[in-house]
Design a binder for this molecule. Structure first.
Ligand SMILES: [Zn+2]
Length: 247
């Protein structure tokens, strides 16, 4: 392939910009904030799951408490009714009297038992509420931390995007100066060789693979026409002659 030496040199500028663009894309993908946000997101989702479990347990306890309280009410009402009958002297036969007294005693025992259940449920409830309050605090802290990390990530991203936009604009200007066939050849090689399609020959060394050229290669290059597009024998990239090629 033939290309004017000035166009070949422009390829080196294009390469520099492309390497910079690749670097920016890499930085964007590997921002430390990405990992931080991800870690906090999974922490938040874990805390939310735990909160759901607690909320369910609390509503179960609510139901249990209401049931026990209503049982207490029922027993109390019955016991009061029996006591009133007793006080009013409505029961005359000794047998009925004995029966009523025994029922009152049994109702009172039952009431005490039920009241203990209510107390126990309330204690368990307090424990769960404390746990829930702690969890809520942890969740709020994690959410605040996540928002801060997200904001830092946004700032870092915006900076990189601005650099990227500037480099892309620069690339457009430089690419406009490179003939189409040379640009296409460069792009093909860049895709094949880890993002580097063109390299400078500097002090007898290919800057693409960093290897020194042999005396025979250098002498071949010396004899090659200036508009001949050269390739490095080692890495097969486009080799561009510069002012300090050492020829
Ligand atoms: Zn090379």
């Amino acid at each position: 392939m033939k290309a004017e030496p000035a166009h070949q040199l422009r390829l080196l500028d294009l390469q520099e910009i492309d390497s910079r663009l690749a670097q920016l894309a890499h930085r964007l993908r590997n921002l430390p904030e990405n990992e931080e946000v991800e870690r906090l997101d999974s922490r938040i989702s874990e805390l939310r799951d735990r909160r759901t479990v607690l909320t369910t347990a609390l509503s179960d306890l609510d139901r249990e408490q209401r049931k026990a309280e209503s049982d207490v009410d029922q027993v109390r009402t019955r016991s009061e009714r029996d006591s009133k009958r007793l006080d009013a002297g409505q029961v005359s036969s000794p047998k009925d009297l004995e029966h009523l007294q025994s029922e009152i005693a049994s109702l009172q025992r039952r009431q005490t038992e039920l009241e203990e259940i209510v107390l126990e449920v309330m204690e368990r409830r307090e424990g769960l509420e404390r746990e829930e309050a702690e969890l809520r605090k942890e969740l709020e802290a994690a959410e605040t931390e996540r928002d801060a990390a997200d904001e830092r990530r946004g700032t870092a991203r915006a900076e990189i995007e601005a650099d990227r936009a500037a480099e892309s604009a620069r690339r457009e200007r430089v690419a406009a100066e490179v003939p189409e066939d040379l640009a296409a050849f460069y792009t093909k090689l860049r895709d094949q060789h880890e993002g580097v399609g063109a390299a400078a020959l500097r002090y007898g060394r290919c800057e693409g693979c960093k290897l020194a050229l042999s005396t025979a290669e250098l002498s071949g290059i010396r004899q090659a026409p200036a508009d001949e597009v050269l390739r490095c024998d080692q890495c097969r990239r486009i080799l561009v002659r510069t002012g300090d090629s050492g020829l």
